[in-house]
Design a binder for this molecule. Structure first.
Ligand code: FAD
Length: 475
């Protein structure tokens, strides 16, 4: 006989944090909601470890243990990792910080400062907050299996937890080089970046070779943001990717040229149109050079791999309908089983604006889809289909861009590509469907978001180019 809850959130990332806040605002009862997450940070003594210990001792001493502490202690013994540091379970946090403030050499961002929901200027939900709101946390614990027919989850500790409603928020994992047939990535100076333990390790590796050479495999946002942070750390960075330009899934060549030129001015080297073939290692097993398929050999002190992600759907495969790599949900974020909802990176949901389903890997989508699922659950008669405007952003060096909508159809660039403010519109079948802006003000970003949502008819692309940002601002 295990524990039973009305609501269980499987996964403790961005979406889980925003769902928890929404549940509390809508008056979830104490003990009705449980979050199960396997995620841990790795360090010797962090404020949260100390907090846990103080809470534990304090609770034991006064004999009035609150529910979350025994839950945490029962399920989450502090464990020793292979590096003899300690794995500390973490409550939900704003994952994008890991490739930005977390990697900075001066005053880096550290937990607990970036727990959800500070990224949306909302409350910061610490362990204390969950405790006070009667939300049970089963942290540092992997869910091994889900039975949607019986409405149960089995944890790695052998505990069965049952639910009335389940929200799946398992996010995604970083793709590994092994999956592309490259051997040797287990070396300690090869880093990935998906969670706070990865980020901590990346910082440690970087600090072990100050001023050294770093090779970044992949030209997406993880690669670009890491490259910027590593340059700020005075590393010599070379980026390697197979595409013709960076951020190939979003940027046009013209936009990409701007960022690549900017990065080059900061010392970053680019090797494009080829991929990693193998590693050379020293007698300690450390990677000393990266060999590319075109034969180029790059001497290196460390490697960062950012080659994409795969949604964590394996627990429910064969039980729920999947589409486009994610769990297919309707406009209420409800899966093919009416008691199971899916949110964040793992959900494939209808994007009304495009008239088709999409699985998005963006923080804003995780936050808003999570809130929507909770609204659907707790106020079903007052909740309509999710009407989401896809939004993605990045910040590197002193640059900052935002993108709304879809990057399909014809593209119109505008602004000063030699200066600091420029952008692009995408127009499909004579309607504006997507907008990009670098270096905008808050009001200008709001204007491109609004224009994209309104989907205005565009008769004349040349006129749109002439008006540029004024087109969106005047709508
Ligand atoms: P996650 O935040 O990944 O959370 C999933 C959670 O589920 C994790 O805690 C995981 O441990 C847990 N879990 C998974 N399986 C199990 C299991 N079996 N048992 C228990 N727990 C489990 N997006 C942007 O729009 N802009 C950015 O600038 C940006 N920067 C980013 C930088 C980095 C370094 C990363 C990694 C991502 C970034 N993103 C960015 C993407 C954004 O962070 C994700 O879209 C968002 O985190 C998705 O939220 P989620 O809750 O769906 O998944």
């Amino acid at each position: 006989m295990g524990r039973a809850y009305v609501y269980v959130i499987l996964g403790g990332g961005v979406a889980a944090g925003y769902a928890a806040l929404e549940f509390s605002r809508r008056g979830v009862g104490h003990g009705e909601l449980c979050i199960i997450s396997e995620e841990s940070s790795v360090s010797l003594f962090t404020p949260i470890t100390i907090y846990y210990l103080v809470e534990r001792l304090g609770s034991l001493a006064c004999g009035c243990m609150r529910r979350v502490i025994p839950t945490y202690l029962a399920s989450t013994p502090l464990r020793k990792s292979r590096n003899t540091t300690t794995e500390n379970p973490v409550v939900p946090y704003e994952r994008p910080a890991l490739s930005k403030g977390f990697l900075l050499p001066e005053a880096p961002t550290r937990l607990p400062s970036f727990h959800t929901c500070v990224g949306a200027n909302e409350e910061r939900l610490t362990l204390k907050w969950y405790n006070e709101h009667g939300i049970e946390l089963v942290l540092g614990t992997r869910v091994k299996s889900v039975d949607v027919r019986r409405k149960t989850l089995l944890t790695s500790l052998g505990e069965t937890i049952s639910y009335k409603y389940l929200i799946i928020a398992t996010g995604a994992r970083a793709l590994k080089l092994e999956e592309f047939g490259v051997s040797g990535p287990e070396a300690e100076n090869v880093c990935y970046l998906r969670n706070v333990a990865d980020a901590t390790r990346l910082v440690e590796v970087m600090q072990s070779c100050p001023g050294g050479n770093a090779v970044i495999i992949g030209g997406g946002y993880i690669g670009m943001e890491c490259a910027a942070s590593m340059v700020i750390n005075k590393m010599n960075v070379t980026m390697v990717y197979p595409e013709a330009h960076c951020m190939a899934r979003l940027f046009t060549r013209k936009i990409a040229n701007y960022y690549e030129d900017y990065y080059k001015s900061k010392g970053v080297k680019f090797i494009k149109g080829t991929v990693l073939s193998s590693f050379e290692k020293d007698s300690d097993g450390k990677v000393t050079s990266v060999v590319l398929r075109d034969g180029t050999k790059l001497l290196t002190d460390m490697v960062v791999v950012g080659i994409g992600i795969r949604p964590n759907t394996s627990l429910i495969e064969g039980q729920l309908t999947l589409e486009k790599g994610g769990i297919k949900v309707n406009g209420l974020m409800q899966s093919s089983n009416s008691s199971v909802y899916a949110v964040g990176d793992v959900a494939t949901f209808p994007v009304k604006l495009f008239g088709e389903t999409r699985r998005l890997e963006h923080v804003d989508s995780a936050r808003k889809s999570a809130k929507h699922a909770v609204a659907s659950l707790m106020a079903p008669n007052k909740t309509w289909d999710f009407d989401y405007l896809p939004f993605f952003y990045s910040r590197v060096f002193t640059l900052s861009w935002q993108f709304y909508g879809d990057n399909v159809g014809e593209v119109v660039h505008y602004g000063d590509f030699l200066g600091s403010t420029f952008g692009a519109y995408w127009v499909k079948n004579c309607y504006l469907v997507g907008s990009f802006l670098e270096g905008g003000t808050k009001e200008e970003y709001e204007a491109i978001a609004k224009a994209t949502r309104l989907k205005p008819r565009i008769e004349d692309l040349a006129e749109l180019e002439r008006q540029g940002l004024d087109f969106a601002v005047s709508i």
